[in-house]
Write a protein that binds this ligand. Structure first.
Ligand code: FAD
Ligand code: SF4
Length: 471
């Protein structure tokens, strides 16, 4: 230690912190958040592990380009107001990203410390600073309000892409109105991701911050029904479309219309947005306390199975046609699910959903699979093993094999360019080619991630600002 500063060797000797968590036997009885957040000393010591690298590999790995070494250095100096200002300057939803971003494949994957051990826990520090900022609004260093430009922008959809674009555009001084079809904001953050991973008050806090920046939010407005895209284009100087990709993909196997079969979106929306299963007097029901099989291996599948577990399912299973190595879900969520008693039925593909004749689902007929050569996605292709058929009992089946673009909005605006899957086509700056019309997030990419959607929103805001300056 020289002049109170740690040497590189001393920094290298510090071990990565461990996130405090609710014990598995406690958390399966509630929707309380599993990860509890770092304490002040833990955060300080973790921040000191950062080497403040000149080439900033971590920043290159972040789709919204957060100034990672700079905000971590501020944490290491115990200057949380500065850390919060730096973080918020780059990221409109830091408390969300600190919880749900797959840092292990992004910023932390490119952290120099990973070469000889564990990456700096960038996500945990991001969450720590963002949570501190939410609890200490009086200590935040705020920028002066921008001068109004006189331009107005409509944003469609209040998921991470829409919220980010809205916040960035408001910073330029444009008048932003955000339209949301549902009765509440957040998109998948609210209706998809359960509270044990992302509490609603965190989304409320982030949205409130945007409102304070002047963003006007109008819920219960379906663009394509309540208002048309053409109406938005005549009332606003520019329009950013970020309506997500919320239409569930089905398996197209017999039995999918049996009672007790849900899609992931329906099941999670019922529980997360309508409180189904969590209050006995709730008018929106959900079947619970049976053997629950969730088909799929992504974050949505894990969220469904862990939700079912918390609603008291007798047995909870993930049924996935590849092996655990190929599962697209975050490693942390797989680990948490296993701790919570979820069974992983791997290398298994359902071929039919079964019923005993009363109209209710009673199980799945499945085939065992083996992995062949990699397919277009780079993952090894599952191939059926002949004669391996077997049955799996289940009183609830949840299909969580992905979502695609919902055509409701785009069908009402035929000049928007689409690909064959119904996703909006844009150039690398987020422009659709139709004057004044921009798009980003899952409606462009298909199902992706929160941070990629946010990156699209941020990039489109720059493009829209340039467009407005030219107009
Ligand atoms: P969305 O979040 O889908 O938001 C679109 C919004 O537009 C919605 O609010 C919708 O109601 C609204 N809308 C739709 N149509 C209209 C219309 N016609 N008019 C007005 N409004 C409309 N990613 C991660 O990075 N980490 C995770 O842990 C993670 N977990 C996930 C868990 C689940 C269950 C799911 C389904 C996805 C998960 N993802 C995760 C993916 C991530 O949530 C999405 O990629 C991201 O939310 C896409 O953001 P978006 O803004 O493009 O769209
Ligand atoms: Fe710090 Fe890792 Fe980024 Fe280097 S790569 S600045 S050690 S977070």
């Amino acid at each position: 230690m020289k002049n109170g500063l740690m040497t590189i060797q001393e920094r290298m000797a510090l071990e990565r912190c461990v996130m405090p968590q609710l014990a598995a036997d406690v958390r399966i009885r509630s929707f309380d958040e599993v990860n509890r957040g770092l304490g002040a000393h833990q955060a300080l010591m973790e921040a000191k592990r950062c080497l403040r690298c000149r080439d900033r590999g971590c920043v290159a790995g972040c789709p919204v380009g957060v100034s990672i070494p700079e905000f971590i250095t501020a944490v290491a100096s115990d200057d949380l107001p500065r850390a919060a200002r730096i973080l918020r300057g780059d990221n409109e939803l830091p408390a969300v990203c600190g919880r749900v971003c797959p840092q292990e494949t992004q910023c932390e994957a490119l952290c120099v410390r990973r070469i000889k051990g564990d990456a700096v826990a960038i996500g945990y520090l991001e969450r720590y600073v963002a949570d501190w900022a939410m609890s200490n609004p009086d200590r935040l260093l705020r920028d002066p309000a921008p001068t109004p430009t006189g331009y107005s922008v409509a944003v469609v959809g209040s998921g991470p892409a829409g919220l980010t674009a809205a916040g960035e555009l408001a910073r330029y001084g444009h008048a932003v109105t955000l339209f949301e079809a549902l009765h509440d904001t957040g998109g998948v953050l609210r209706y998809g991701i359960p509270e044990f991973r992302l509490p609603k008050e965190i989304i409320d806090g982030e949205v409130e911050f945007l409102r304070q920046q002047g963003v006007v939010i109008e819920c219960n407005v379906i663009i394509g029904k309540t208002l048309t895209v053409a109406q938005l284009r005549s009332q606003f100087t520019a329009v950013f479309i970020a309506n997500g990709a919320g239409l569930p993909v089905m398996l197209n196997i017999p039995g999918e219309n049996l009672k007790g079969v849900y899609t992931a979106n329906e099941f999670l929306t019922r529980v997360n947005l309508m409180d189904a299963g969590r209050r006995d007097d709730n008018p929106t029901p959900v079947i619970k306390r049976r053997e629950v099989a969730v088909i799929g291996g992504g974050n949505a599948a894990l969220d469904c199975v862990r939700t079912a577990r918390r609603l008291g399912a007798e047995r909870t299973m993930i049924v996935y046609r590849r092996s655990e190595t190929e599962m697209p879900a975050r490693i942390q969520e797989i680990h948490h699910a296993r701790e919570e008693g979820v069974e992983f039925v791997m290398l298994t593909a359902p071929t039919a959903l079964l019923s005993t004749g009363d109209g209710w689902v009673s199980g799945l007929r499945c085939l065992k699979m083996e992995l062949g050569l990699p397919d277009a996605s780079g993952r090894r292709r599952p191939e059926a093993i002949s004669g391996s058929e077997f049955e799996l009992p289940a009183g609830v089946v949840i299909i969580a094999v992905g979502t695609v673009a919902n055509p409701l909005l785009t069908a009402s605006a035929p000049d928007i360019p689409l690909n064959k899957f119904g996703n909006i086509l844009i150039n690398s700056d987020g422009a659709t080619g139709v004057p004044g019309l921009f798009a980003g997030g899952d409606i462009v990419r298909g199902g992706a991630t929160v941070i990629l959607a946010m990156g699209d929103g941020k990039r489109a805001a720059v493009t829209i600002n340039e467009y407005l300056e030219r107009s």
